[in-house]
Design a protein around this ligand. Structure first.
Ligand code: PXP
Length: 247
């Protein structure tokens, strides 16, 4: 039986985009939710990094959030971003620990698929060495396809982050098994090429318990489910406090 290296503990990156979504729904006019406070709370609760996606349309995380979080040395930032000159300049200025390059479409509800690395190859050839010079590591958010993984290596990125969304949401058992096999083979190939293996998208408690068995997995980035669970887990206390005030 082949033995795969298991990492002692999988790093959890907590994506706090949807805390910012709640703030932006009221046009950023309320004193809550406080992004910095939540980032610190996440780090204190076991997160090893805070993942934020500064989108071109600024629908949730704003530039001011990146600036504020980057000033706090206790917060390790994984900055998800599109491969544009504007974003690379910001990354060099605010120096997150990691940059994760993602595809971006204005109309999408969330990052729908992996990056087609070949479409941004020349951008990455130009910018990855500059990020490395500033000690910023780079991951590419891709589907677990051999061609994409090999291209990630050719471009000298540090890690792949596999898009787990299709595997998570698939209802057909056979297709789900096929997606799992792709993730599995992709993880083995990435490790052979000495790339770190990260994964994320759509992960909930149920799927986190399975994906943690993926060979060579070092990091998961999870957002939406955690923010939803925190409402379920926390609303009782929040209401009780309001009732107390109204007494
Ligand atoms: N990783 C990447 C690269 C993403 O784009 C996202 C979504 O912003 C996530 C992880 C987290 O996905 P989710 O919010 O579905 O957990």
């Amino acid at each position: 039986m082949i033995k795969y290296k298991k990492f002692q503990k999988i790093r959890l990156g907590v994506n706090i985009d949807h805390i910012a979504t709640l703030r932006q729904v009221r046009g950023d006019t309320t004193p809550y939710p406080n992004i910095h406070k939540f980032a610190i709370l996440a780090m204190k609760s076991g997160a090893e990094q805070i993942t934020i996606h500064l989108r071109e349309d600024r629908r949730h995380i704003q530039l001011k959030d990146l600036i504020m979080l980057s000033k706090d040395k206790k917060v390790k930032i994984n900055l998800e971003m599109a491969a544009t000159d504007e974003m690379f300049e910001l990354a060099l200025k605010y120096k997150p620990a990691w940059v994760c390059l993602v595809p971006e479409k204005r109309q999408e509800l969330t990052t729908e698929g992996g990056l087609n690395v070949s479409t941004v190859e020349s951008q990455l050839q130009k910018w990855i060495p500059r990020l490395h010079k500033k000690n910023i590591k780079v991951s590419l958010f891709i589907a677990p396809q051999a061609e994409m993984i090999e291209l990630t290596k050719t471009l000298n990125a540090d890690a792949v982050e596999f898009h787990t969304g299709h595997w998570v949401s698939e209802v057909s058992k056979i297709k789900k098994q096929k997606f799992w096999k792709e993730l599995y083979n992709g993880a083995i190939l990435a490790n052979e090429l000495k790339l770190n293996v990260h994964a994320g998208h759509g992960l909930d408690y149920e799927h986190a318990a399975i994906i943690k068995t993926l060979p060579y997995l070092q990091e998961l980035n999870i957002g939406h489910s955690l923010i939803c669970y925190s409402i379920e887990l926390g609303i009782k206390k929040a209401i009780q406090k309001m009732c107390q005030i109204l007494k």
